[in-house]
Write a protein that binds this ligand. Structure first.
Ligand code: NAD
Length: 508
Protein backbone atom coordinates (compact mmCIF):
# COMPACT_ATOMS: atom_id res chain seq x y z
CA UNK A 1 0.00 0.00 0.00
CA UNK A 2 1.32 3.42 -0.88
CA UNK A 3 -0.14 6.64 0.37
CA UNK A 4 0.52 10.11 1.61
CA UNK A 5 -0.14 9.69 5.29
CA UNK A 6 0.39 13.28 6.44
CA UNK A 7 2.27 14.05 9.63
CA UNK A 8 -0.07 12.67 12.29
CA UNK A 9 1.90 9.46 12.97
CA UNK A 10 4.01 9.45 16.13
CA UNK A 11 6.91 7.60 14.57
CA UNK A 12 8.56 7.75 11.15
CA UNK A 13 11.01 5.16 9.85
CA UNK A 14 13.55 6.79 7.54
CA UNK A 15 16.31 5.36 5.37
CA UNK A 16 19.84 4.50 6.52
CA UNK A 17 22.39 5.75 4.02
CA UNK A 18 26.12 6.33 4.48
CA UNK A 19 26.11 5.41 8.18
CA UNK A 20 23.21 7.57 9.33
CA UNK A 21 19.46 7.93 9.29
CA UNK A 22 18.34 9.98 6.29
CA UNK A 23 14.88 11.51 6.16
CA UNK A 24 12.72 10.32 3.28
CA UNK A 25 12.42 12.98 0.59
CA UNK A 26 9.91 11.43 -1.82
CA UNK A 27 6.87 12.60 0.16
CA UNK A 28 5.46 9.08 -0.07
CA UNK A 29 4.99 6.92 3.01
CA UNK A 30 3.49 3.55 3.82
CA UNK A 31 1.57 2.68 6.98
CA UNK A 32 3.00 0.26 9.55
CA UNK A 33 0.30 -1.40 11.61
CA UNK A 34 0.31 -3.16 14.95
CA UNK A 35 -1.47 -6.38 13.88
CA UNK A 36 -2.77 -7.00 17.41
CA UNK A 37 -4.67 -3.70 17.60
CA UNK A 38 -5.12 -2.89 13.92
CA UNK A 39 -3.82 0.63 14.64
CA UNK A 40 -1.38 2.36 12.32
CA UNK A 41 1.51 3.16 14.64
CA UNK A 42 4.25 4.28 12.28
CA UNK A 43 4.82 5.58 8.80
CA UNK A 44 7.70 4.35 6.70
CA UNK A 45 9.34 6.48 4.03
CA UNK A 46 9.22 5.06 0.50
CA UNK A 47 12.40 5.67 -1.47
CA UNK A 48 12.39 7.35 -4.86
CA UNK A 49 14.82 6.37 -7.62
CA UNK A 50 17.11 9.21 -6.50
CA UNK A 51 17.17 7.95 -2.92
CA UNK A 52 18.03 4.41 -4.05
CA UNK A 53 20.77 5.91 -6.20
CA UNK A 54 22.13 7.75 -3.14
CA UNK A 55 22.27 4.49 -1.16
CA UNK A 56 24.02 2.65 -4.01
CA UNK A 57 26.46 5.56 -4.39
CA UNK A 58 27.26 5.42 -0.66
CA UNK A 59 27.81 1.67 -0.92
CA UNK A 60 29.99 2.07 -3.99
CA UNK A 61 32.15 4.73 -2.30
CA UNK A 62 32.53 2.53 0.80
CA UNK A 63 33.50 -0.49 -1.32
CA UNK A 64 36.67 1.27 -2.45
CA UNK A 65 38.15 0.77 1.03
CA UNK A 66 35.98 -2.02 2.50
CA UNK A 67 36.75 -4.28 -0.45
CA UNK A 68 40.44 -3.86 0.38
CA UNK A 69 40.10 -4.19 4.16
CA UNK A 70 41.82 -7.03 5.98
CA UNK A 71 39.97 -10.14 7.09
CA UNK A 72 41.01 -9.31 10.66
CA UNK A 73 39.37 -5.88 10.44
CA UNK A 74 36.13 -7.28 9.04
CA UNK A 75 35.85 -10.12 11.53
CA UNK A 76 36.67 -7.93 14.54
CA UNK A 77 33.72 -5.67 13.60
CA UNK A 78 31.48 -8.71 13.11
CA UNK A 79 32.45 -10.07 16.54
CA UNK A 80 31.50 -6.72 18.11
CA UNK A 81 28.23 -6.72 16.14
CA UNK A 82 27.51 -10.24 17.37
CA UNK A 83 27.93 -9.14 20.99
CA UNK A 84 25.65 -6.13 20.44
CA UNK A 85 23.03 -8.26 18.72
CA UNK A 86 23.13 -10.69 21.60
CA UNK A 87 22.70 -7.85 24.11
CA UNK A 88 19.77 -6.34 22.16
CA UNK A 89 17.86 -9.56 21.39
CA UNK A 90 14.86 -8.55 23.46
CA UNK A 91 14.63 -5.07 21.99
CA UNK A 92 14.74 -6.39 18.42
CA UNK A 93 12.17 -9.07 19.28
CA UNK A 94 9.87 -6.37 20.70
CA UNK A 95 10.12 -4.36 17.47
CA UNK A 96 9.28 -7.49 15.48
CA UNK A 97 6.26 -8.31 17.63
CA UNK A 98 4.96 -4.72 17.45
CA UNK A 99 4.98 -4.68 13.63
CA UNK A 100 4.69 -8.35 12.61
CA UNK A 101 2.51 -9.64 15.43
CA UNK A 102 4.36 -12.91 16.18
CA UNK A 103 4.71 -13.85 19.86
CA UNK A 104 7.80 -12.64 21.69
CA UNK A 105 9.40 -16.11 22.13
CA UNK A 106 9.04 -16.72 18.39
CA UNK A 107 10.57 -13.30 17.62
CA UNK A 108 13.48 -14.16 19.91
CA UNK A 109 13.86 -17.43 17.99
CA UNK A 110 14.18 -15.59 14.70
CA UNK A 111 16.88 -13.31 16.15
CA UNK A 112 18.74 -16.41 17.38
CA UNK A 113 18.60 -18.05 13.95
CA UNK A 114 19.87 -14.83 12.33
CA UNK A 115 22.68 -14.68 14.85
CA UNK A 116 23.82 -18.11 13.63
CA UNK A 117 24.77 -16.55 10.32
CA UNK A 118 26.68 -13.78 12.10
CA UNK A 119 28.58 -16.58 13.89
CA UNK A 120 29.41 -18.03 10.51
CA UNK A 121 30.51 -14.65 9.16
CA UNK A 122 32.82 -14.17 12.18
CA UNK A 123 34.75 -17.18 10.85
CA UNK A 124 34.86 -15.98 7.25
CA UNK A 125 38.66 -16.14 7.28
CA UNK A 126 38.40 -19.93 7.29
CA UNK A 127 35.81 -20.01 4.50
CA UNK A 128 37.79 -17.64 2.31
CA UNK A 129 40.99 -19.65 2.51
CA UNK A 130 42.02 -20.21 -1.08
CA UNK A 131 43.50 -23.30 -2.70
CA UNK A 132 47.09 -23.75 -3.86
CA UNK A 133 48.64 -26.43 -6.04
CA UNK A 134 52.39 -26.31 -6.23
CA UNK A 135 54.56 -27.48 -9.09
CA UNK A 136 51.72 -28.22 -11.53
CA UNK A 137 54.44 -27.91 -14.19
CA UNK A 138 58.08 -27.03 -13.86
CA UNK A 139 58.27 -24.08 -11.41
CA UNK A 140 54.55 -23.38 -11.94
CA UNK A 141 52.08 -22.94 -9.06
CA UNK A 142 48.32 -22.42 -9.34
CA UNK A 143 46.15 -20.72 -6.72
CA UNK A 144 42.39 -20.25 -6.60
CA UNK A 145 41.11 -17.23 -4.71
CA UNK A 146 37.71 -15.68 -4.18
CA UNK A 147 37.06 -11.95 -4.29
CA UNK A 148 34.05 -9.76 -3.46
CA UNK A 149 31.58 -8.61 -6.11
CA UNK A 150 31.12 -4.95 -5.11
CA UNK A 151 27.73 -3.50 -4.17
CA UNK A 152 25.11 -6.19 -3.51
CA UNK A 153 21.42 -5.78 -2.68
CA UNK A 154 18.99 -7.71 -0.49
CA UNK A 155 15.18 -7.58 -0.79
CA UNK A 156 13.36 -9.26 2.07
CA UNK A 157 9.84 -10.37 3.11
CA UNK A 158 7.67 -9.37 6.07
CA UNK A 159 7.64 -12.70 7.86
CA UNK A 160 11.19 -12.65 9.23
CA UNK A 161 12.17 -8.96 9.40
CA UNK A 162 15.41 -9.65 11.30
CA UNK A 163 16.42 -13.20 10.36
CA UNK A 164 16.11 -13.04 6.59
CA UNK A 165 18.24 -9.87 6.23
CA UNK A 166 20.76 -11.71 8.44
CA UNK A 167 20.72 -14.64 6.01
CA UNK A 168 22.31 -12.16 3.60
CA UNK A 169 24.33 -9.19 4.83
CA UNK A 170 26.67 -10.79 7.43
CA UNK A 171 28.27 -13.04 4.80
CA UNK A 172 28.07 -10.38 2.09
CA UNK A 173 30.00 -7.80 4.10
CA UNK A 174 32.34 -10.39 5.62
CA UNK A 175 33.34 -11.29 2.06
CA UNK A 176 34.21 -7.62 1.42
CA UNK A 177 31.06 -6.42 -0.37
CA UNK A 178 28.94 -3.45 0.59
CA UNK A 179 25.20 -3.88 0.99
CA UNK A 180 21.90 -2.15 0.27
CA UNK A 181 18.88 -3.70 2.02
CA UNK A 182 15.27 -3.12 0.96
CA UNK A 183 13.28 -4.68 3.81
CA UNK A 184 9.56 -5.34 3.82
CA UNK A 185 7.61 -2.12 4.12
CA UNK A 186 5.22 -3.87 6.53
CA UNK A 187 7.73 -4.22 9.40
CA UNK A 188 10.75 -2.00 8.71
CA UNK A 189 11.97 -1.13 12.23
CA UNK A 190 14.09 -4.22 13.02
CA UNK A 191 16.38 -3.48 10.06
CA UNK A 192 16.97 0.07 11.34
CA UNK A 193 17.95 -1.23 14.77
CA UNK A 194 20.35 -3.64 13.08
CA UNK A 195 21.85 -0.74 11.09
CA UNK A 196 22.43 1.18 14.32
CA UNK A 197 24.12 -1.81 15.94
CA UNK A 198 26.39 -2.30 12.93
CA UNK A 199 27.43 1.37 13.16
CA UNK A 200 28.03 0.99 16.91
CA UNK A 201 30.21 -2.04 16.17
CA UNK A 202 32.44 0.18 14.04
CA UNK A 203 31.26 -0.73 10.54
CA UNK A 204 32.49 2.04 8.22
CA UNK A 205 29.83 4.37 6.82
CA UNK A 206 28.22 3.15 3.61
CA UNK A 207 29.06 -0.55 4.03
CA UNK A 208 25.47 -1.28 5.11
CA UNK A 209 22.54 0.82 3.88
CA UNK A 210 18.77 0.49 4.16
CA UNK A 211 16.23 1.94 1.75
CA UNK A 212 12.56 1.40 2.43
CA UNK A 213 9.81 1.28 -0.11
CA UNK A 214 7.93 -0.68 -2.70
CA UNK A 215 8.30 -1.66 -6.35
CA UNK A 216 9.88 1.71 -7.22
CA UNK A 217 12.85 1.05 -4.92
CA UNK A 218 13.10 -2.64 -5.86
CA UNK A 219 13.02 -1.97 -9.59
CA UNK A 220 15.77 0.63 -9.29
CA UNK A 221 17.98 -1.87 -7.46
CA UNK A 222 17.29 -4.46 -10.17
CA UNK A 223 18.39 -2.14 -12.96
CA UNK A 224 21.12 -0.09 -11.25
CA UNK A 225 24.41 -0.60 -13.13
CA UNK A 226 26.43 -0.48 -9.88
CA UNK A 227 24.55 -3.33 -8.20
CA UNK A 228 26.44 -6.54 -8.89
CA UNK A 229 24.15 -9.09 -7.26
CA UNK A 230 20.65 -9.38 -5.81
CA UNK A 231 19.46 -11.71 -3.03
CA UNK A 232 15.69 -11.95 -2.73
CA UNK A 233 13.37 -13.80 -0.37
CA UNK A 234 9.60 -13.51 -0.78
CA UNK A 235 6.65 -14.95 -2.69
CA UNK A 236 7.05 -17.06 -5.83
CA UNK A 237 5.61 -14.62 -8.41
CA UNK A 238 7.90 -11.81 -7.18
CA UNK A 239 10.89 -14.17 -6.87
CA UNK A 240 10.39 -15.20 -10.49
CA UNK A 241 10.14 -11.54 -11.55
CA UNK A 242 13.27 -10.59 -9.59
CA UNK A 243 15.24 -13.46 -11.08
CA UNK A 244 14.18 -12.69 -14.64
CA UNK A 245 14.68 -8.93 -14.37
CA UNK A 246 17.96 -8.91 -12.44
CA UNK A 247 19.41 -11.65 -14.69
CA UNK A 248 18.41 -9.70 -17.81
CA UNK A 249 20.32 -6.76 -16.32
CA UNK A 250 23.44 -8.91 -16.00
CA UNK A 251 23.33 -9.41 -12.25
CA UNK A 252 24.02 -12.50 -10.21
CA UNK A 253 20.73 -13.40 -8.51
CA UNK A 254 19.33 -15.81 -5.96
CA UNK A 255 15.57 -15.51 -5.48
CA UNK A 256 13.86 -17.67 -2.87
CA UNK A 257 10.11 -18.02 -3.26
CA UNK A 258 7.04 -19.47 -1.60
CA UNK A 259 6.23 -22.96 -0.45
CA UNK A 260 3.73 -25.69 0.28
CA UNK A 261 5.54 -27.98 2.71
CA UNK A 262 4.29 -31.54 3.12
CA UNK A 263 4.69 -33.85 6.08
CA UNK A 264 4.39 -37.53 5.17
CA UNK A 265 3.19 -39.65 8.09
CA UNK A 266 3.76 -43.37 7.62
CA UNK A 267 1.62 -45.97 9.43
CA UNK A 268 4.46 -46.89 11.80
CA UNK A 269 5.05 -43.29 13.00
CA UNK A 270 4.70 -42.24 16.62
CA UNK A 271 1.37 -40.49 16.12
CA UNK A 272 1.60 -38.35 19.25
CA UNK A 273 4.99 -37.02 18.16
CA UNK A 274 3.66 -36.51 14.62
CA UNK A 275 0.60 -34.62 15.89
CA UNK A 276 2.73 -32.42 18.16
CA UNK A 277 5.03 -31.67 15.24
CA UNK A 278 2.19 -30.97 12.82
CA UNK A 279 0.52 -28.50 15.18
CA UNK A 280 3.80 -26.72 16.02
CA UNK A 281 4.87 -26.50 12.39
CA UNK A 282 1.49 -25.59 10.91
CA UNK A 283 0.31 -22.97 13.38
CA UNK A 284 3.56 -21.49 14.75
CA UNK A 285 3.87 -17.83 13.76
CA UNK A 286 0.22 -18.17 12.61
CA UNK A 287 1.43 -20.20 9.62
CA UNK A 288 3.35 -17.22 8.22
CA UNK A 289 6.58 -19.17 7.74
CA UNK A 290 7.99 -20.34 4.43
CA UNK A 291 8.89 -23.60 6.19
CA UNK A 292 5.47 -24.05 7.82
CA UNK A 293 3.90 -27.46 7.31
CA UNK A 294 0.71 -26.73 5.42
CA UNK A 295 -0.11 -30.24 4.16
CA UNK A 296 -0.05 -33.46 6.15
CA UNK A 297 -0.12 -36.58 4.00
CA UNK A 298 -1.46 -39.47 6.05
CA UNK A 299 -0.52 -42.91 4.72
CA UNK A 300 -2.74 -45.96 5.20
CA UNK A 301 -4.99 -46.23 8.20
CA UNK A 302 -3.48 -43.50 10.39
CA UNK A 303 -5.64 -40.64 9.06
CA UNK A 304 -8.57 -40.73 11.52
CA UNK A 305 -6.40 -41.05 14.62
CA UNK A 306 -3.91 -38.44 13.42
CA UNK A 307 -6.60 -35.90 12.60
CA UNK A 308 -8.21 -36.45 16.01
CA UNK A 309 -4.87 -35.89 17.75
CA UNK A 310 -4.12 -32.75 15.73
CA UNK A 311 -7.59 -31.36 16.44
CA UNK A 312 -7.29 -32.03 20.17
CA UNK A 313 -3.96 -30.14 20.32
CA UNK A 314 -4.98 -27.29 18.01
CA UNK A 315 -8.08 -26.52 20.08
CA UNK A 316 -5.87 -25.74 23.08
CA UNK A 317 -3.65 -23.13 21.38
CA UNK A 318 -4.00 -19.74 23.04
CA UNK A 319 -4.40 -16.89 20.57
CA UNK A 320 -3.57 -13.36 21.69
CA UNK A 321 -1.28 -10.37 21.29
CA UNK A 322 2.37 -11.26 20.77
CA UNK A 323 3.52 -9.23 23.77
CA UNK A 324 1.35 -11.29 26.16
CA UNK A 325 3.53 -14.15 27.48
CA UNK A 326 0.42 -16.37 27.64
CA UNK A 327 -0.15 -16.11 23.86
CA UNK A 328 1.05 -18.98 21.70
CA UNK A 329 -0.18 -17.62 18.36
CA UNK A 330 -0.52 -13.98 17.32
CA UNK A 331 -2.53 -12.20 14.62
CA UNK A 332 -1.86 -12.10 10.87
CA UNK A 333 0.12 -9.30 9.26
CA UNK A 334 -2.79 -7.34 7.72
CA UNK A 335 -6.59 -7.41 7.74
CA UNK A 336 -6.56 -8.02 3.97
CA UNK A 337 -4.31 -11.06 4.41
CA UNK A 338 -6.54 -12.35 7.22
CA UNK A 339 -9.57 -12.08 4.94
CA UNK A 340 -7.78 -13.90 2.14
CA UNK A 341 -6.72 -16.71 4.48
CA UNK A 342 -10.32 -16.95 5.74
CA UNK A 343 -11.63 -17.29 2.19
CA UNK A 344 -9.78 -20.61 1.77
CA UNK A 345 -11.58 -22.03 4.80
CA UNK A 346 -14.96 -20.61 3.80
CA UNK A 347 -14.67 -22.15 0.34
CA UNK A 348 -13.18 -25.46 1.51
CA UNK A 349 -16.33 -27.56 1.94
CA UNK A 350 -17.62 -26.52 -1.47
CA UNK A 351 -14.35 -27.75 -3.00
CA UNK A 352 -14.61 -31.17 -1.34
CA UNK A 353 -12.77 -30.85 1.99
CA UNK A 354 -14.08 -31.75 5.43
CA UNK A 355 -13.80 -28.73 7.73
CA UNK A 356 -12.67 -30.17 11.08
CA UNK A 357 -11.79 -26.81 12.65
CA UNK A 358 -12.96 -23.45 11.32
CA UNK A 359 -10.89 -20.55 12.66
CA UNK A 360 -12.67 -17.81 10.76
CA UNK A 361 -14.43 -15.10 12.71
CA UNK A 362 -12.15 -15.46 15.73
CA UNK A 363 -11.70 -12.35 17.90
CA UNK A 364 -9.67 -11.54 20.99
CA UNK A 365 -11.32 -9.62 23.80
CA UNK A 366 -9.97 -6.10 24.18
CA UNK A 367 -8.29 -6.34 20.75
CA UNK A 368 -11.36 -6.42 18.52
CA UNK A 369 -9.67 -4.58 15.64
CA UNK A 370 -6.65 -6.92 15.49
CA UNK A 371 -6.06 -9.14 12.46
CA UNK A 372 -7.22 -12.32 14.17
CA UNK A 373 -8.03 -15.70 12.80
CA UNK A 374 -8.23 -18.98 14.65
CA UNK A 375 -6.72 -22.33 13.73
CA UNK A 376 -8.32 -24.21 10.84
CA UNK A 377 -7.98 -27.90 10.04
CA UNK A 378 -9.22 -29.33 6.75
CA UNK A 379 -9.37 -33.09 6.18
CA UNK A 380 -9.60 -35.23 3.03
CA UNK A 381 -8.56 -32.22 0.99
CA UNK A 382 -8.56 -32.98 -2.77
CA UNK A 383 -5.39 -31.98 -4.67
CA UNK A 384 -7.65 -29.87 -6.89
CA UNK A 385 -8.80 -27.64 -3.98
CA UNK A 386 -7.46 -24.07 -3.82
CA UNK A 387 -6.60 -24.62 -0.15
CA UNK A 388 -4.14 -27.29 -1.27
CA UNK A 389 -2.85 -25.73 -4.48
CA UNK A 390 -2.09 -22.23 -3.14
CA UNK A 391 0.36 -21.11 -0.49
CA UNK A 392 -2.16 -19.80 2.05
CA UNK A 393 0.43 -18.42 4.51
CA UNK A 394 -1.92 -18.62 7.46
CA UNK A 395 -2.98 -21.05 10.21
CA UNK A 396 -4.74 -23.52 7.90
CA UNK A 397 -3.57 -27.14 7.84
CA UNK A 398 -4.72 -29.48 5.05
CA UNK A 399 -4.72 -33.24 5.60
CA UNK A 400 -4.63 -35.47 2.52
CA UNK A 401 -5.16 -39.23 2.64
CA UNK A 402 -3.22 -41.75 0.56
CA UNK A 403 -2.93 -45.55 0.64
CA UNK A 404 0.81 -46.06 0.14
CA UNK A 405 4.24 -44.43 0.52
CA UNK A 406 4.55 -44.32 -3.29
CA UNK A 407 1.23 -42.49 -3.62
CA UNK A 408 2.31 -39.98 -0.96
CA UNK A 409 5.67 -39.42 -2.60
CA UNK A 410 4.05 -38.86 -6.01
CA UNK A 411 1.63 -36.37 -4.47
CA UNK A 412 4.47 -34.40 -2.86
CA UNK A 413 6.60 -34.49 -5.99
CA UNK A 414 3.60 -33.29 -8.01
CA UNK A 415 3.63 -29.97 -6.19
CA UNK A 416 5.17 -27.06 -8.08
CA UNK A 417 6.88 -26.04 -4.83
CA UNK A 418 9.88 -27.83 -3.34
CA UNK A 419 11.02 -25.90 -0.28
CA UNK A 420 10.94 -28.12 2.81
CA UNK A 421 9.32 -31.47 3.55
CA UNK A 422 9.33 -34.03 6.36
CA UNK A 423 8.72 -37.72 6.92
CA UNK A 424 7.53 -39.17 10.20
CA UNK A 425 8.33 -42.86 10.60
CA UNK A 426 10.23 -45.39 12.72
CA UNK A 427 11.49 -47.13 9.56
CA UNK A 428 15.04 -46.05 8.71
CA UNK A 429 14.86 -47.65 5.27
CA UNK A 430 11.72 -45.72 4.33
CA UNK A 431 13.23 -42.48 5.65
CA UNK A 432 16.37 -43.07 3.61
CA UNK A 433 14.32 -43.72 0.46
CA UNK A 434 12.33 -40.57 1.07
CA UNK A 435 15.35 -38.34 1.49
CA UNK A 436 16.70 -39.57 -1.84
CA UNK A 437 13.42 -39.61 -3.78
CA UNK A 438 11.62 -36.47 -2.65
CA UNK A 439 11.91 -33.32 -4.78
CA UNK A 440 12.57 -30.64 -2.18
CA UNK A 441 15.61 -28.70 -1.05
CA UNK A 442 15.31 -29.39 2.68
CA UNK A 443 14.17 -32.66 4.21
CA UNK A 444 13.32 -33.46 7.82
CA UNK A 445 13.30 -36.99 9.21
CA UNK A 446 11.04 -36.80 12.26
CA UNK A 447 11.87 -33.06 12.19
CA UNK A 448 8.95 -30.94 10.95
CA UNK A 449 10.76 -27.65 10.14
CA UNK A 450 14.18 -28.65 8.82
CA UNK A 451 15.69 -25.15 8.56
CA UNK A 452 19.41 -25.88 8.08
CA UNK A 453 21.91 -24.62 10.66
CA UNK A 454 24.00 -21.64 9.58
CA UNK A 455 26.91 -23.66 8.23
CA UNK A 456 24.69 -25.62 5.85
CA UNK A 457 22.81 -23.73 3.13
CA UNK A 458 19.07 -22.97 3.01
CA UNK A 459 17.13 -23.28 -0.21
CA UNK A 460 14.28 -24.98 -1.98
CA UNK A 461 13.81 -26.61 -5.38
CA UNK A 462 11.40 -25.92 -8.24
CA UNK A 463 9.21 -22.81 -7.74
CA UNK A 464 10.67 -22.25 -4.28
CA UNK A 465 14.01 -20.95 -5.57
CA UNK A 466 15.19 -19.28 -8.77
CA UNK A 467 18.94 -19.20 -9.27
CA UNK A 468 21.85 -21.54 -8.69
CA UNK A 469 22.80 -20.70 -5.13
CA UNK A 470 21.02 -21.53 -1.93
CA UNK A 471 21.38 -18.93 0.80
CA UNK A 472 23.97 -18.76 3.64
CA UNK A 473 26.43 -21.60 4.44
CA UNK A 474 29.02 -22.34 1.75
CA UNK A 475 26.58 -21.34 -1.00
CA UNK A 476 26.33 -17.90 0.62
CA UNK A 477 30.07 -17.38 0.50
CA UNK A 478 30.13 -18.54 -3.11
CA UNK A 479 27.26 -16.27 -4.04
CA UNK A 480 28.95 -13.18 -2.59
CA UNK A 481 32.37 -13.85 -4.14
CA UNK A 482 33.74 -14.66 -7.56
CA UNK A 483 36.58 -17.02 -8.27
CA UNK A 484 39.93 -16.19 -9.74
CA UNK A 485 42.68 -18.64 -10.64
CA UNK A 486 46.28 -17.44 -10.72
CA UNK A 487 48.96 -19.42 -12.58
CA UNK A 488 52.47 -18.38 -11.58
CA UNK A 489 55.93 -19.21 -12.85
CA UNK A 490 59.06 -17.98 -11.11
CA UNK A 491 61.95 -19.15 -13.29
CA UNK A 492 65.18 -20.04 -11.58
CA UNK A 493 68.06 -17.75 -12.60
CA UNK A 494 69.87 -20.84 -13.86
CA UNK A 495 67.02 -21.76 -16.30
CA UNK A 496 67.73 -21.47 -19.99
CA UNK A 497 65.38 -18.95 -21.72
CA UNK A 498 62.06 -20.63 -22.59
CA UNK A 499 62.07 -19.29 -26.12
CA UNK A 500 59.05 -18.57 -28.32
CA UNK A 501 56.49 -21.40 -28.58
CA UNK A 502 53.18 -20.75 -30.39
CA UNK A 503 51.71 -24.07 -29.28
CA UNK A 504 48.89 -24.18 -26.70
CA UNK A 505 50.42 -24.36 -23.17
CA UNK A 506 50.53 -28.00 -21.96
CA UNK A 507 51.59 -29.43 -18.66
CA UNK A 508 52.52 -32.87 -20.02
P1 NAD B 1 6.43 -10.49 -1.18
O1 NAD B 1 6.92 -11.25 -2.34
O2 NAD B 1 5.10 -9.82 -1.27
O3 NAD B 1 7.47 -9.31 -0.79
C1 NAD B 1 8.84 -9.57 -0.64
C2 NAD B 1 9.62 -8.30 -0.97
O4 NAD B 1 9.37 -7.94 -2.34
C3 NAD B 1 9.22 -7.09 -0.13
O5 NAD B 1 10.37 -6.36 0.21
C4 NAD B 1 8.31 -6.30 -1.06
O6 NAD B 1 8.35 -4.91 -0.81
C5 NAD B 1 8.86 -6.62 -2.43
N1 NAD B 1 7.83 -6.61 -3.47
C6 NAD B 1 6.52 -6.96 -3.33
N2 NAD B 1 5.88 -6.84 -4.52
C7 NAD B 1 6.79 -6.41 -5.42
C8 NAD B 1 6.72 -6.11 -6.82
N3 NAD B 1 5.59 -6.23 -7.52
N4 NAD B 1 7.85 -5.70 -7.43
C9 NAD B 1 9.01 -5.57 -6.75
N5 NAD B 1 9.12 -5.84 -5.42
C10 NAD B 1 8.03 -6.27 -4.76
O7 NAD B 1 6.48 -11.47 0.09
P2 NAD B 1 5.93 -11.22 1.55
O8 NAD B 1 4.44 -11.24 1.53
O9 NAD B 1 6.61 -10.06 2.17
O10 NAD B 1 6.50 -12.53 2.30
C11 NAD B 1 5.82 -13.76 2.29
C12 NAD B 1 6.31 -14.67 1.21
O11 NAD B 1 7.72 -14.87 1.33
C13 NAD B 1 5.71 -16.07 1.26
O12 NAD B 1 5.41 -16.48 -0.04
C14 NAD B 1 6.82 -16.92 1.86
O13 NAD B 1 6.77 -18.29 1.54
C15 NAD B 1 8.01 -16.27 1.27
N6 NAD B 1 9.21 -16.57 2.03
C16 NAD B 1 10.08 -17.47 1.49
C17 NAD B 1 11.21 -17.82 2.21
C18 NAD B 1 12.18 -18.81 1.64
O14 NAD B 1 13.23 -18.95 2.22
N7 NAD B 1 11.90 -19.47 0.53
C19 NAD B 1 11.45 -17.25 3.46
C20 NAD B 1 10.54 -16.33 3.97
C21 NAD B 1 9.42 -16.00 3.23
Amino acid sequence: MKENLGMSMTKTVDHWIGGKSVEGASGTYGPVTDPATGAVTTRVAFASVDEVDAAVAAAKAAYATWGQSSLAQRTSILFKFRALLDAHRDEIAELITAEHGKVHSDALGEVARGLEIVDLACGINVQLKGELSTQVASRVDVSSIRQPLGVVAGITPFNFPAMVPMWMFPLAIACGNTFVLKPSEKDPSASMKIAELLAEAGLPDGVFNVVHGDKVAVDRLLEHPDVAAVSFVGSTPIARYIHTTASANGKRVQALGGAKNHMLVLPDADLDAAADAAVSAAYGSAGERCMAISAVVAVGAVGDELVAKIKERAEKIKIGPGNDPASEMGPLITAAHRDKVASYVTGAAEQGSEVVLDGTGHTVEGYEDGHWIGLSLLDRVPVTADAYKDEIFGPVLCVLRVETYEEGLALINGSPFGNGTAIFTRDGGAARRFQLEVEAGMVGVNVPIPVPVGYHSFGGWKDSLFGDHHIYGNDGTHFYTRGKVVTTRWPDPSDAPAGVDLGFPRNH
